[in-house]
Design a protein around this ligand. Structure first.
Ligand SMILES: Nc1nc2c(ncn2[C@@H]2O[C@H](COP(=O)(O)OP(=O)(O)O)[C@@H](O)[C@H]2O)c(=O)[nH]1
Ligand SMILES: [Mg+2]
Length: 245
């Protein structure tokens, strides 16, 4: 439950995002209407990302040399001081201007997590493989955990710091984003969405290994179900929320 925004810690993982990171951090610095800190967690980029971040006066830079999206986010979250953490990629594909809507929705719904869903994007800018993969993963996740999400692979989320500190997250790479949802569902935490748009990558390459990540994501979903209490909590959540949307 999050009833007040005291300080927002924005955590941004980067690995060779020199052409994308400046626009993301300057937009957040300019637009985010709440007290904030911006933490960039870089995986030892070699394309000048580090220098660009250092040149801004408002970003905190953490170097996390170990590979992995989840490892980077965890390193950033460990250093976050805010009562709310916003995670977002530094790859220019998310509409970071929507960050205030993420936070106002969090307060309005007293939510533990708000995800920015890209699945209603009128421009349909997401690649077909990613779109279909996301749909399938989200269908299984919603079905088994009795949730109502539309974009489980969104990397743009506002999260209660207290809630995320209360769960154990072990995944080091892309499955981290799904593990978070599994653990939150287990705890009966409240997760809601806002709608956002998707922008195609203009610079650099995706680090997503589709096949490897797909296997890790599905095994995270199925492993989470090996617990009767989880099923009970999720069913209770479904009964309480099915007519609320
Ligand atoms: N620090 C760090 N950041 C990473 C790593 N892998 C990916 N990222 C960043 O995490 C975000 C998401 O990765 P991306 O390649 O865009 O994956 P996609 O969105 O699934 O295509 C981007 O901002 C990347 O730069 C890593 O090993 N270390
Ligand atoms: Mg990306």
């Amino acid at each position: 439950m999050t009833s007040k925004v005291e300080l927002v810690s924005v955590v941004i993982p980067t690995l060779n995002e020199a052409g994308n990171i400046l626009e993301a951090v300057t937009t957040i610095e300019k637009d985010l209407a709440y007290p904030k800190e911006i933490i960039v967690v870089d995986g030892n980029s070699t394309d000048g990302t580090i220098e660009i971040v250092k040149d801004t006066s408002f970003c905190k830079l953490i170097i996390e040399p170990r590979r992995g999206y989840g490892i980077a986010l965890k390193a950033g979250m460990k250093n976050a001081k805010g009562n709310i953490i916003v995670m977002v990629d530094g790859d220019g594909t998310y509409e970071v201007r929507h960050i205030n809507r993420l936070l106002s929705r969090m307060i309005e719904k007293d939510a533990d997590m708000v995800l920015a869903t890209r699945m209603y994007d009128p421009n349909k800018a997401m690649g077909l493989m990613n779109f279909v993969g996301n749909k399938v993963i989200t269908f299984f996740y919603d079905f088994f955990y009795s949730q109502f999400l539309s974009d489980t692979q969104s990397g743009f989320r506002a999260i209660s710091h207290e809630a995320i500190d209360s769960v154990e997250l072990k995944e080091g790479d892309m499955a981290f984003a799904t593990e978070m949802l599994v653990q939150f569902a287990k705890e009966g935490y409240n997760m809601v969405e806002i709608s956002t748009t998707y922008k195609a990558r203009k610079y650099g390459k995706t680090k997503l290994k589709k096949f490897k990540s797909g296997i890790e994501i599905f095994s995270t979903i199925f492993r989470g179900l090996l617990d009767a209490d989880t099923i009970r909590t999720c069913q209770k959540h479904w009964k309480e929320n099915r007519f609320k949307r």
